[in-house]
Design a protein around this ligand. Structure first.
Ligand code: FE
Length: 182
Protein backbone atom coordinates (compact mmCIF):
# COMPACT_ATOMS: atom_id res chain seq x y z
CA UNK A 1 0.00 0.00 0.00
CA UNK A 2 2.48 2.64 1.17
CA UNK A 3 4.85 2.06 -1.76
CA UNK A 4 2.00 2.66 -4.23
CA UNK A 5 0.99 5.87 -2.47
CA UNK A 6 4.63 6.97 -2.35
CA UNK A 7 4.85 6.35 -6.08
CA UNK A 8 1.78 8.57 -6.69
CA UNK A 9 3.43 11.38 -4.74
CA UNK A 10 6.82 10.84 -6.39
CA UNK A 11 5.32 11.00 -9.88
CA UNK A 12 2.69 13.67 -9.43
CA UNK A 13 3.37 15.38 -6.10
CA UNK A 14 5.21 18.26 -7.75
CA UNK A 15 2.21 19.17 -9.89
CA UNK A 16 0.75 22.51 -8.99
CA UNK A 17 -2.25 22.63 -6.70
CA UNK A 18 -3.70 26.05 -7.46
CA UNK A 19 -1.40 29.01 -7.59
CA UNK A 20 0.90 28.67 -4.59
CA UNK A 21 1.51 25.07 -3.57
CA UNK A 22 2.19 21.65 -5.06
CA UNK A 23 -0.02 18.61 -4.60
CA UNK A 24 2.47 17.27 -2.04
CA UNK A 25 2.53 20.49 0.00
CA UNK A 26 -1.26 20.71 -0.14
CA UNK A 27 -1.69 17.11 1.06
CA UNK A 28 0.84 17.47 3.88
CA UNK A 29 -0.55 20.80 5.04
CA UNK A 30 -4.06 19.39 5.06
CA UNK A 31 -3.03 16.30 7.07
CA UNK A 32 -1.00 18.46 9.47
CA UNK A 33 -4.06 20.66 10.15
CA UNK A 34 -6.18 17.56 10.80
CA UNK A 35 -3.59 16.15 13.13
CA UNK A 36 -3.13 19.46 15.00
CA UNK A 37 -6.87 19.54 15.63
CA UNK A 38 -6.77 16.06 17.10
CA UNK A 39 -8.79 14.40 14.34
CA UNK A 40 -9.22 10.61 14.33
CA UNK A 41 -6.57 8.71 12.39
CA UNK A 42 -9.02 7.84 9.59
CA UNK A 43 -9.76 11.51 9.03
CA UNK A 44 -6.06 12.45 9.10
CA UNK A 45 -5.47 9.82 6.41
CA UNK A 46 -8.41 11.20 4.42
CA UNK A 47 -6.93 14.71 4.69
CA UNK A 48 -3.57 13.44 3.44
CA UNK A 49 -5.04 11.48 0.53
CA UNK A 50 -8.16 13.47 -0.39
CA UNK A 51 -6.78 14.62 -3.74
CA UNK A 52 -5.03 11.39 -4.70
CA UNK A 53 -7.50 11.17 -7.57
CA UNK A 54 -5.38 13.92 -9.16
CA UNK A 55 -2.24 11.79 -8.80
CA UNK A 56 -3.30 8.56 -10.49
CA UNK A 57 -2.27 7.39 -13.91
CA UNK A 58 -2.21 4.30 -16.07
CA UNK A 59 0.98 2.91 -14.51
CA UNK A 60 -0.99 2.77 -11.27
CA UNK A 61 -3.84 0.94 -12.95
CA UNK A 62 -5.90 4.09 -13.19
CA UNK A 63 -6.66 6.66 -15.79
CA UNK A 64 -5.50 10.13 -14.92
CA UNK A 65 -8.74 11.97 -14.21
CA UNK A 66 -7.00 15.26 -15.08
CA UNK A 67 -9.53 18.02 -14.92
CA UNK A 68 -12.36 15.54 -14.65
CA UNK A 69 -14.63 16.82 -11.89
CA UNK A 70 -14.92 13.36 -10.40
CA UNK A 71 -11.42 13.11 -8.91
CA UNK A 72 -12.99 12.56 -5.49
CA UNK A 73 -14.78 9.42 -6.70
CA UNK A 74 -11.72 8.05 -8.49
CA UNK A 75 -9.65 8.71 -5.38
CA UNK A 76 -12.13 7.17 -2.94
CA UNK A 77 -12.51 4.05 -5.08
CA UNK A 78 -8.75 3.70 -5.40
CA UNK A 79 -8.29 4.00 -1.63
CA UNK A 80 -11.07 1.49 -0.90
CA UNK A 81 -8.75 -1.35 -1.92
CA UNK A 82 -6.96 -0.82 1.43
CA UNK A 83 -8.89 1.51 3.67
CA UNK A 84 -12.20 1.55 5.56
CA UNK A 85 -15.02 4.01 5.00
CA UNK A 86 -13.66 6.34 7.70
CA UNK A 87 -10.96 7.15 5.13
CA UNK A 88 -12.71 6.73 1.79
CA UNK A 89 -16.02 8.47 2.49
CA UNK A 90 -14.72 11.87 3.60
CA UNK A 91 -12.59 11.78 0.43
CA UNK A 92 -15.61 10.91 -1.69
CA UNK A 93 -17.70 13.69 -0.14
CA UNK A 94 -15.16 16.51 0.15
CA UNK A 95 -16.24 18.17 -3.09
CA UNK A 96 -19.94 18.07 -2.33
CA UNK A 97 -19.12 19.34 1.18
CA UNK A 98 -18.19 22.64 -0.44
CA UNK A 99 -21.74 22.88 -1.76
CA UNK A 100 -22.96 22.29 1.81
CA UNK A 101 -20.69 24.94 3.32
CA UNK A 102 -21.53 27.61 0.76
CA UNK A 103 -25.24 26.99 1.30
CA UNK A 104 -24.90 26.89 5.07
CA UNK A 105 -22.54 29.82 5.59
CA UNK A 106 -22.63 32.78 3.18
CA UNK A 107 -19.39 34.18 4.66
CA UNK A 108 -17.68 30.93 3.65
CA UNK A 109 -18.65 31.58 0.03
CA UNK A 110 -16.79 34.89 0.15
CA UNK A 111 -13.58 33.13 1.20
CA UNK A 112 -13.48 31.08 -2.01
CA UNK A 113 -11.07 31.98 -4.77
CA UNK A 114 -12.52 32.89 -8.19
CA UNK A 115 -11.45 29.45 -9.49
CA UNK A 116 -13.15 27.76 -6.58
CA UNK A 117 -16.35 29.76 -7.14
CA UNK A 118 -16.29 28.73 -10.75
CA UNK A 119 -15.89 25.02 -9.96
CA UNK A 120 -18.68 25.35 -7.38
CA UNK A 121 -21.00 26.51 -10.15
CA UNK A 122 -20.02 23.50 -12.25
CA UNK A 123 -20.74 21.23 -9.28
CA UNK A 124 -24.27 22.55 -8.86
CA UNK A 125 -23.82 25.66 -6.67
CA UNK A 126 -24.67 26.12 -2.96
CA UNK A 127 -27.04 23.56 -1.40
CA UNK A 128 -30.57 24.52 -0.44
CA UNK A 129 -31.59 24.13 3.21
CA UNK A 130 -33.38 20.88 2.36
CA UNK A 131 -30.37 19.49 0.51
CA UNK A 132 -28.15 20.42 3.49
CA UNK A 133 -30.45 18.52 5.84
CA UNK A 134 -30.28 15.45 3.62
CA UNK A 135 -26.53 15.72 3.25
CA UNK A 136 -26.01 15.62 7.03
CA UNK A 137 -27.72 12.21 7.05
CA UNK A 138 -25.10 10.76 4.73
CA UNK A 139 -22.51 8.73 6.68
CA UNK A 140 -19.26 10.68 7.13
CA UNK A 141 -20.79 13.95 5.87
CA UNK A 142 -19.62 15.80 9.00
CA UNK A 143 -16.10 14.48 8.59
CA UNK A 144 -16.16 15.56 4.94
CA UNK A 145 -17.17 19.09 6.00
CA UNK A 146 -14.25 19.23 8.44
CA UNK A 147 -11.92 17.95 5.76
CA UNK A 148 -13.17 20.62 3.40
CA UNK A 149 -12.26 23.39 5.84
CA UNK A 150 -8.68 22.08 6.16
CA UNK A 151 -8.56 21.62 2.38
CA UNK A 152 -9.36 25.31 1.93
CA UNK A 153 -6.66 26.35 4.40
CA UNK A 154 -3.93 24.05 3.09
CA UNK A 155 -2.67 26.45 0.45
CA UNK A 156 0.00 28.38 2.34
CA UNK A 157 2.96 29.40 0.26
CA UNK A 158 6.41 28.94 1.86
CA UNK A 159 5.09 27.14 4.92
CA UNK A 160 7.82 25.08 6.59
CA UNK A 161 6.43 21.60 6.95
CA UNK A 162 7.54 19.57 9.91
CA UNK A 163 6.10 16.35 8.52
CA UNK A 164 6.80 14.37 5.38
CA UNK A 165 4.78 11.63 3.70
CA UNK A 166 6.90 8.98 5.45
CA UNK A 167 5.78 10.35 8.82
CA UNK A 168 2.26 9.15 8.02
CA UNK A 169 3.30 5.63 7.08
CA UNK A 170 2.55 4.02 10.45
CA UNK A 171 -0.80 5.80 10.67
CA UNK A 172 -1.79 4.58 7.18
CA UNK A 173 -0.63 1.03 7.86
CA UNK A 174 -2.59 1.00 11.10
CA UNK A 175 -5.76 1.78 9.17
CA UNK A 176 -5.43 -0.95 6.58
CA UNK A 177 -8.30 -3.39 6.64
CA UNK A 178 -7.43 -6.97 7.30
CA UNK A 179 -8.25 -9.20 4.35
CA UNK A 180 -11.46 -11.13 5.04
CA UNK A 181 -10.78 -14.67 6.18
CA UNK A 182 -12.43 -17.32 4.09
FE1 FE B 1 -7.76 19.63 -1.84
Amino acid sequence: MFDVIERCFAKHGDKKYGEFVTQRQHALQCATLASQEGAASGLIAAALLHDIGHMLDESLGQKDPGDDLMHEVTGANFLSQWFPKAVTEPVRLHVVAKRFLTGNDPSYYETLSPASKHSLDLQGGPMTAEAQRQFLNVPFAREAIQLRRWDDLAKEEDLELALDLADFRALLEGLMERPATA
